[in-house]
Design a binder for this molecule. Sequence first.
Ligand code: N01
Length: 521
Amino acid sequence: MSLSVTDTSERVTAPRQVDTVIIGSGFAGLGAAIKLTQKGKNNFLVLERGSDVGGTWRDNTYPGAACDVPSHLYSYSFALNPDWTRSFSTQPEIQKYISSVARKYNVLSKHVFNSDVTSVTWDENTHRWNIIASTGEYTAKVVVTAVGALCEPNLPPIKGIEGFEGDVFHSAQWNHDVSLAGKRVAIIGTGASAIQIVPAIADKVERLDVYQRTAPWILPRFDREYTGIEKFAFKRIPGVQRLSRTAIYAARETQVVGLAKKPALMRMFEVIAKKQISKGIKDKSLRKKVTPNFRIGCKRMLISNAYYPALDRSNVDLVTDGIVEVKANSIVSADGTEREIDALIVATGFHVTDSPAYQGIYGTGGKTLAQTFEEEGQQGYKGAAVAGFPNMFFLVGPNTGLGHTSMVFMIESQLNYVIDALDTIEKHGIGQIEVRKDVQDDYNADLQDRMANSVWMNGGCASWYLDKHGNNTTLWPDFTFRFRAITRKFDLAAYRSVAASDLPTPAVGATADNDIEVAAQ
Ligand code: N01
């Protein structure tokens, strides 16, 4: 990320000033835009690097893309959709839903699409954020980052991969111009994305090599189309859809006991998952290869009824010897075998705890969010604030992820908190607000204590839930209703705040940055 704001010669327009800039318009950013609008806080913009709302659901268009959480729960509580066609919706249906919500709540006019934010810099002089994006420059009193955890594809550093001469693309950047029909294809990775892609393409390609580093646990997928009667009931009978949503929520929440508190309880899921293996795969040696060697839940539990039968096909090979090298038209595995391929699909996940986006966020003292997280781990307070980053709120921030239920539920909890924070700032005439480091440290010590008995820390796997310090800074380690409870109200006492009237007046000409900012104001 390069940044130079000292050169003013190219500036043609002054930065656009708003109260709040939201970065990203997936479920989180779009939800923030809707809530701000409903509160009458209309002086905001959403900077979105894509050309539509939807975030990860807009981008992940790979064959077979669908949600692992039933849609009646995986949707906004304030915008229920009685028209879901099936229990686990596909990507196109979810994307259609998100777009329709954006239109219904009339927030598209607040979006600046194709706006790739390259830097967000706290200006100690003006007490505002300076934002540089591909669409121009902006300044805001408050920034809400809603960039999501699954937005930056993680490309594996495999020897020779840049020299591959066939078609190659990441699962989140599917190249629909390439036909895989009749081709020899390899896919690297066996995570949530790969296990949806494999059955969707296995019968179309000539050959498919699936490169597995770690076998995932896979549970049955209870997916089906809703009947006409069900859809009628969801639409016409008051309370039915809410009831269905509550039942899904309650059933999923029971998993927290095993995941976060008593991992031994997860064994019963292993029994079910092993049955899936013997039911889906005839070949005994293949069964062995796909049987995981860690406690279920340590990595995200996956669901599919089609993956194992797809692996069992005669034109599909599961390769468990590590990849040594990718050549111009082939992959060489550790046992020395070279398999020729025409196309390579990289389904290796995302930068979750080390997102490149963090490198462009400059807090107090010019320290980037990436540096802060590098030194201290990815820590925040209630997933919404990070010490050193005043007037900035995070959606889907540290320790707000989930493996068992709907992220939209967590996002709505965070929206309550952040919108209440903005109300509080307004009500108290606050000019600058930052979470207290001691409060943040205590919060994180408590989180890690609660994490100590969890399957994520003791399940015997390496997962992207953990950061390089070995801490789980990705997941919320408790029932989600507890997170809802602690985010119901903004807790001003956890923050250091200064009234706008007490902030020093910006010093004109203090620095080059300030020159630009003050001149623009
Ligand atoms: O990514 P992943 P994903 N060499 O990180 C392997 C959400 N999601 O895109 O396990 C070889 O899970 C890696 O191996 P290992 C959901 O939250 C949701 O599939 O690290 N292999 C793993 O097998 C999910 O958790 C839905 O040993 C390498 C795979 O690549 C998240 O997105 C659908 C490698 C990566 O799996 C990410 O899922 C899809 C290397 N260098 C996604 N590096 C639904 O709701 C990594 N791997 C349905």
